[in-house]
Design a protein around this ligand. Structure first.
Ligand code: ADP
Length: 255
């Protein structure tokens, strides 16, 4: 009787090892697949503006430059391509920084000041869309955090609220802190339907690709938000209704 039991146990253990191994391989493959997808997406996103830049440069050199109006029109397009490249490169650097797990210093940030600084950099868009922006929170509130991760979170949420709001809408930014910091960005923009809400935090996922590119988006903003929030041990929540608007809420614990 004892021998049979031994054999059975060994078989069981072997099976278990096989199970554990195949589970690990699935994870490795998934990670590899994600990295391959990312690289191929990046290549595609980089190639598009570069191809356009080369095309317009060649056309200008071939003689189009002799017409001042055409030259201006082409240079405007080329400026847009170059800015898109710049935004992509900045976002890719930010993502790779977040992954490197660098020992960023923890600093005291005055939330109101950081928000004002970000809003100033979008003043042109806010003004041209005639958006009404409200800040609600203690103007003296400070929070100890890794600014290199915290800043991009807030910047990307505000940038999206501005980008996806029609003219004359209201954007509300509220924050408060106790044991955790809660920061909400609410817009009255286009909103996001339930199916897309699951996916918009993925790298390069965009609800409306053509429209998002037109607005200068890289498709990496919310991936940066999610990955940076996770590095800070926090979470990001989304409540959105198509045609009504969206609220992104970031909750961060003390570091
Ligand atoms: P993008 O550079 O395209 O804005 P993001 O990663 O920041 O990339 O966002 C992914 C997608 O999520 C956007 O393309 C857009 O479809 C949707 N989205 C993000 N923020 C908002 C918002 N505030 N309102 C409506 N849609 C949004």
């Amino acid at each position: 009787g004892e021998r049979v039991l031994d054999v059975d146990l060994r078989l069981f253990n072997e099976e278990r090892q096989v199970l554990v191994m195949s589970y690990d391989m699935t994870q490795v493959r998934q990670l590899e697949k994600m990295q391959q997808d990312f690289v191929s997406n990046v290549s595609h996103e980089l190639k598009t503006p570069v191809t356009s830049l080369i095309g317009f440069t060649e056309t200008l050199l071939d003689g189009a430059k002799d017409d001042p109006e055409t030259t201006t029109e082409f240079l405007r397009i080329m400026e847009k391509d170059a800015k898109r490249l710049q935004a992509l490169i900045q976002d890719i650097i930010q993502l790779s920084k977040g992954q490197q797990d660098l020992d960023y210093p923890i600093q005291d940030v005055t939330i109101a000041e950081l928000l004002k600084q970000i809003l100033e950099s979008y003043e042109a868009q806010i003004h041209s869309k005639n958006l009404n922006i409200t800040l609600t929170g203690d103007s003296a509130l400070t929070w100890s955090t890794k600014v290199e991760l915290f800043y991009p979170i807030v910047k990307n949420l505000i940038e999206n609220a501005i980008k996806y709001s029609p003219e004359k809408k209201k954007i509300t930014i509220t924050y408060h802190a106790a044991d955790t910091l809660t920061l909400c960005v609410t817009d009255q923009g286009v909103g996001i339907d339930l199916d897309d809400q699951q996916r918009i935090f993925e790298r390069f996922y965009r609800v409306d690709k053509a429209r998002a590119r037109q607005s200068g988006g890289t498709g990496l903003g919310l991936a940066i938000v999610k990955e940076s929030v996770e590095k800070l041990n926090g979470k990001v929540q989304l409540e959105s209704h198509p045609g009504v608007g969206s609220t992104f809420t970031v909750i961060l614990p003390k570091l």
